[in-house]
Ligand binder design. Structure first.
Ligand code: ZN
Ligand code: FE
Length: 252
């Protein structure tokens, strides 16, 4: 079993520690808050051996230095993390494989939110750590990339096994759901899912992780190639539909 420990960090990030009992290895998925990661690892009795960054933003790599100083762990991530001052110990990109014990994670280029954003897919555990590329019912803001690049990135997520659980980095689902219902009003699966989200959030429970199968049916940004959605959003191809949706969400 790959153990995944999820905890809230900063205002609306999720922290993830993943642990392989066989080897004793533990990896931080991003580092929004170094001190909180160290506390959470200590409480689990886990020793952090690696950091896997998804992109350079401070709420994803800002805790690297504190955690590395305390543990001597290996920092793995895209080259762009150097923008925060220190390059990763191991710079990785699309097609690379990183290991936690015997678990392998495939590195997928999901640029668009930032140019160098990557995701980690652990096929044997049926999980993917997707940072700010895709969220439950949403996707990251397009700060650095183009619509074409972002749609290519989402297309790489769409073809993962449908049972894959997507561990996204923020609890944005309730606000994403409001936009999704506006973007895709005729979607019955979306209406059901949005009602579940309201109920979970009313109870203070997380809506993350989310199974890819459900996102494929409900997330408007993953459905930019759906003919009905495209017709509603300008009648262009998937890239044009994605661009229209992303622009509309920015000001929703
Ligand atoms: Zn970000
Ligand atoms: Fe973020």
């Amino acid at each position: 079993m790959l153990e995944i420990h999820q905890f809230p960090c900063l205002s609306d990030n999720y922290g993830y520690l993943i642990h392989d009992p066989a080897s004793g290895e533990t990896a931080c998925i991003d580092t929004p808050d170094g001190a909180e990661y160290l506390r959470q690892a200590a409480a689990k009795g886990w020793h952090i051996t690696q950091i896997w960054n998804t992109h350079w933003h401070p709420d994803h790599a800002g805790g690297n230095a504190v955690i590395k100083a305390a543990t001597g762990c290996l920092v793995v991530g895209p080259a762009e993390v150097e923008k925060l001052g220190t390059a990763p110990d191991r710079v990785i990109g699309h097609g690379d494989v990183v290991m936690l014990g015997d678990w392998d994670a495939a590195v997928i280029d999901v640029g668009g939110h930032t140019l160098g954003h990557i995701a980690y897919h652990v096929p044997d555990a049926e999980v993917a750590f997707v940072g700010d590329s895709i969220f439950a019912l949403g996707c990251g803001r397009m700060f650095e990339g183009t619509a074409d690049q972002f749609w290519t990135s989402l297309s790489r997520i769409k073809v993962l096994p449908a049972a894959t659980l997507l561990y996204c980095a923020h609890e944005y689902t309730a606000s994403n759901a409001r936009f999704a219902l506006y973007a895709d009003p005729g979607n019955a699966a979306l209406a059901d899912y949005a009602a579940q989200i309201t109920s979970l959030r009313d109870q203070g429970r997380p809506t993350v992780p989310t199974p890819l199968a459900r996102e494929l049916a409900t997330n408007p940004f993953l459905r930019a190639d759906d003919p009905a959605l495209a017709a509603r959003w300008g009648g262009g191809d998937a890239v044009a539909t994605f661009a229209a949706l992303r622009a509309a969400k920015d000001t929703f």
